[in-house]
Design a binder for this molecule. Structure first.
Ligand SMILES: [Zn+2]
Ligand SMILES: [Zn+2]
Length: 396
């Protein structure tokens, strides 16, 4: 009965949601600059009389729906920021800002959560417990989740479980994909400065060449995945930047190497920096150089709780049909700062299908031609709403 109401409400607000998503799409804002975005979110929530707090972790917005009876609290999170990409689509809701684009679909995430908020607010007289609506800034690299948690978003009322979604063009619109356990990796960064002794390119015996040392380090780093770590536990170490020297006949003093180290396992993650430094120290010292090594821990791996994920499968099957709930075969080695919420409370992070080959919506996220099939918005809104209703009424 409730499921039918949720579906009807989602379809009633469909046009409003698409209009909202397009407005967001046209005014993309980067991490911690989501001023207009947060204003739009707050206005939407206030218009439907939802208790709203602005300015959480600078540009974040938090809404709270209190059910008529006490109970558990579920948090639903949407990220808000855009990317520094110039959009190459020619739709009439194209980004109006050169060099900025919602190329990761966070405009759709915001809209799904606004839709769920409106549906759940209409049902609040029949709910026991609360729904916290977390609109989080700065997912792309900078990280808005942790500052929101530090400002107390998981307390008052204390959050018992969390859920979030990411649009996924490889999954057709109308479907979602779920997974137990690890779904996203830890995307940590490192920087290595190799310090040698520069000199004339004609006299290599009189110098300590940081480029030759650096090349050995880059190659040897690949033995971490192939020879140091259990092959059944994924690890990616990619050197993505190597800068040194300025001309053809001068051996430089230093070389700077930068890259990313990723895993799906919390313990393994804690050992990676040590394994990298062991290799650097061995090679650099054996060749007479010095080094500086900086490892930056960004986000933990995102680990889905089995019980919460199973409940999501159950809820989603009711609202979009069991045939539209897929099990994701593999996690992604991409990162996601929803991981911080998932460390605080049992959580699940699912993939919201947004692809449509017939409509030409086939481009990957972070591509200048990425766009979503907007059918995914009412799907996301009704999945969130149904899950919230089921979670709050379930004994767990
Ligand atoms: Zn992204
Ligand atoms: Zn994203």
């Amino acid at each position: 009965m409730l499921t039918q109401e949720i579906k009807e409400m989602a379809s009633d607000i469909r046009d409003k949601l698409i209009e909202t998503r397009r407005a967001l799409h046209m005014q993309p804002e980067l991490a911690f600059e989501e001023i207009k975005t947060s204003r739009l979110i707050a206005e939407y929530l206030k218009q439907i009389n939802i208790e709203t707090t602005e300015g959480v972790a600078k540009t974040g917005v938090v809404g709270l729906i209190r059910g008529s009876k006490p109970g558990k609290t579920l948090a639903i999170r949407a990220d808000m920021d855009a990317l520094p990409i110039t959009e190459e689509n020619c739709c009439d809701y194209k980004s109006t800002i050169d060099g900025k684009m919602h190329a990761c679909g966070h405009d759709a995430h915001i809209t799904c959560l606004l839709g769920a908020a409106e549906i759940l607010n209409n049902l609040k007289d029949r709910l026991s417990g609360n729904i916290k609506l977390i609109f989080q800034p700065a997912e792309e690299g900078v990280g808005g989740a942790l500052p929101m948690i530090e400002e107390g978003v998981m307390e008052n009322p204390k959050v018992d479980a969390c859920i979030a979604a990411h649009v996924w063009p490889e999954v057709p619109a109308g479907k979602i994909a779920v997974k137990h356990g690890a779904i996203m990796a830890s995307p940590d960064d490192f920087e290595i400065i190799i310090k040698g002794k520069g000199g004339h390119g004609a006299m290599p015996h009189a110098v300590i060449d940081p480029i030759v040392i650096g090349c050995q380090v880059v190659n040897a780093l690949q033995t971490i995945a192939s020879r140091k770590v259990n092959p059944l536990k994924p690890v990616v170490i990619s050197v993505c930047s190597f800068h040194s020297g300025t001309c053809t006949n001068v051996i430089p003093d230093t070389a700077v190497i930068k890259g990313t180290a990723r895993t799906l396992d919390r313990d393994l993650r804690n050992s990676i920096a040590g394994l990298i430094e062991e290799i650097i120290a061995g090679i650099v010292h054996s060749m007479g150089g010095e080094y500086e090594f900086n490892f930056k821990y960004l986000y933990p791996p995102t680990i889905n709780d089995t019980t919460i994920t199973d409940l999501l499968v159950h809820s989603t099957s009711k609202v979009i049909g069991q045939e539209n709930v897929l099990w994701a075969e593999d996690p992604s080695m991409g990162g996601e700062d929803f991981a911080f919420f998932a460390e605080k409370a049992p959580s699940t992070f699912f993939r919201l299908g947004c692809g449509n080959v017939a409509k030409g919506l086939v481009y990957p996220i972070h591509n200048a031609r990425f766009d979503v099939d907007e059918d995914c918005i009412t799907v996301g809104a009704s999945v969130f709403a149904q899950f919230a209703v089921d979670y709050l009424s379930e004994e767990m």
